[in-house]
Ligand binder design. Structure first.
Ligand code: ARG
Length: 391
């Protein structure tokens, strides 16, 4: 009897050819697992396909709520944007998928895993590092990476093996609740404007009447958006509404873990809106020093997640700092949406440290301006020694 392997199966080209590769080249019994992290897919069709191409057993695992609570919420608290742009949708989803593979493998009594990642991207690191953090002796087979296959070679291989592949778009697309990424094809030309038909969530020519949106936060996480209070519905609602208003398109040059630069397009209406609103509320309730330190740690957090180190102890340590600050991030943010622009137009909080009386230019202010003269004398003390610029 052959040994079992658990393969992360999306139903796409890479994972489909992996099924037959694992059977034919490695003589393994292939168990496929598809994890639902909010991608818009027909999971029954994926299951059928898995069996049709040789899987002996298939699992479909709904992990949407876990994805929100344990991955998306920490990302909101961390205002997580890799290179100030990418909300990390795929990067956050991969460790969760890896954990689900381990659950399946434990049930099935195997320590052999497989995924369809190439050797050029970041996803291989996210899968491998997470799997090995739970099972240090896990064996991981990544057929596309091992065979150094190009996409064209994969298509040829699929034909030879009679693996049915749908007419594939020129793009490599990944999708979950936190965003949709589009890479490859004509987009590889960094100067080429993305064709309109690559967008699925966002109306880039939106011309709807102005809409106001209120988001309530409690301990740094959204608890009500536009009156919607269920977490999954909130994110879906925001992806739909902000998407209709053209909010959340990213087009940037990204530095991958392996040192390769790549041109990436993202659609992330909910992520973009929530992070904008959350950042704004933090500025009402946190001190300047807290904000400064937090912003440094946010950069580090985003890099750790991006580069596959979600399980690293540093991430936990940063989370502790961030969670402490979030105890005061309670309140409401008012946003205005119009033609691709999102503007925060109001914020309020029971923890606000904004004192209108202090900042006001009106005569009623109780700030003693006479103290400022002495403070500035001392503040600028050493700046007087800048001899070079003296006239
Ligand atoms: N560049 C993004 C990232 O590294 C998107 C990756 C999408 N993955 C994919 N297999 N298409 O997270």
């Amino acid at each position: 009897m052959s040994e079992k392997v658990v393969l992360a199966f999306s139903g796409g080209l890479d994972t489909s050819i992996s099924v037959s590769w694992l059977m034919k080249k490695h003589n393994l019994d292939v168990i496929t697992a598809t994890v639902d992290v909010g991608q818009d897919e027909d999971f029954e069709a994926i299951e059928k396909k898995a069996y049709a191409i040789g899987a002996s057993k298939h699992y479909t695992i709904d992990a949407k709520n876990e994805f929100i609570t344990d991955y998306i919420f920490p990302a909101i608290k961390s205002n997580a944007l890799y290179q100030n742009k990418y909300p990390l949708a795929t990067a956050l989803g991969r460790p969760l998928i890896a954990y689900k593979l381990v659950e399946v493998a434990t049930k099935e009594g195997t320590k052999i895993f497989s995924h369809g990642c190439t050797g050029k991207g970041n996803d291989q690191a996210r899968f491998d590092v997470t799997l090995r953090s739970v099972l240090s002796d896990a064996k991981i087979i990544a057929p596309v990476r091992e065979e150094n296959m190009s996409r064209d070679e994969e298509i040829e291989y699929a034909k030879d093996l009679n693996v049915s592949i749908e007419k594939k778009s020129q793009y490599s697309i990944d999708e979950n609740l936190w965003g949709r990424s589009i890479e490859g094809g004509i987009l590889e030309d960094s100067y080429e404007e993305p064709p309109k038909d690559i967008y699925k969530w966002i109306d880039i020519e939106s011309n709807l009447p102005t809409k106001y949106l209120e988001i309530d936060f409690s301990d740094g996480i959204p608890v009500s958006i536009d009156g919607v209070t269920d977490s999954l519905q909130m994110i879906n609602h925001l992806n739909t509404v902000a998407g209709q208003y053209g909010i959340g398109v990213v087009d940037h040059m990204e530095d991958r873990l392996m040192g390769i630069k790549s041109r990436e397009i993202y659609e992330a209406p909910a992520a973009f809106t929530l992070i904008e609103a959350h950042k704004d509320l933090e500025k009402l309730v946190l001190t300047r020093n807290e904000l400064e330190m937090k912003s440094l740690l946010e950069q580090k957090w985003s890099w750790m997640i991006y580069s596959g180190l979600f399980v690293d102890p540093l991430v936990n340590a940063i989370n502790s700092f961030i969670n402490k600050t979030q105890e005061r991030v309670n309140g409401t943010v008012k946003l205005k949406l119009k033609n691709g622009s999102l503007t925060v137009v109001g914020r309020k909080s029971e923890n606000s440290i904004y004192d209108q009386n202090l900042s006001s230019y009106s005569s009623s202010s109780n700030f003693n301006q006479t103290f400022s003269k002495g403070f500035i004398e001392i503040w600028g003390l050493q700046s007087k020694f800048n001899e070079g610029d003296k006239k």
